[in-house]
Design a protein around this ligand. Structure first.
Ligand SMILES: [Zn+2]
Ligand SMILES: [Zn+2]
Length: 125
């Protein structure tokens, strides 16, 4: 039995409750499949609050994560696409991303690693 299939049981006479249900199992938020091994984690920095967030941003808060994905950046993009987020073309997919409220219609979040000096170039994920 592998560690990932452990569903609770008895070890040395001590009842071990089932800790992980389907929601807690390591599943990729991009494709929904289980993640074998170490997931790629992405956190969204909570920096908007210190600036002047548009009113809609409070109504559509970003989950700061960490979100868990397969190592392929395409799975992070799939998650962002489903959420309606934009991703900066000058940004890589990194473990720490910054949210930028976009004045699009409807309003959306842009996500960027913030490691470039040029203006953001947000495109739909
Ligand atoms: Zn995936
Ligand atoms: Zn950018």
């Amino acid at each position: 039995m592998s560690a990932t299939s452990f569903r609770g049981g008895r070890i040395m006479g001590i009842r071990i409750p089932t800790v992980f249900d389907e929601n807690d199992a390591k599943r990729c938020e991009g494709c929904g499949d289980p993640i074998a091994g170490i997931p790629f984690r992405v956190s969204i920095m909570d920096i908007v609050a210190r600036e002047a967030p548009p009113t809609w941003a409070e109504a559509a808060p970003l989950n700061p994560g960490p979100h868990q994905f397969h190592a392929d950046p395409e799975h992070v993009r799939a998650w962002a696409r489903r959420k309606g987020h934009y991703i900066c073309r000058l940004s890589g997919v990194r473990e720490l991303m910054r949210p930028v409220p976009l004045p699009t219609d409807p309003p959306a979040w842009g996500i960027c690693d913030g490691l470039h000096r040029e203006a953001h170039e947000f495109v739909p994920a």
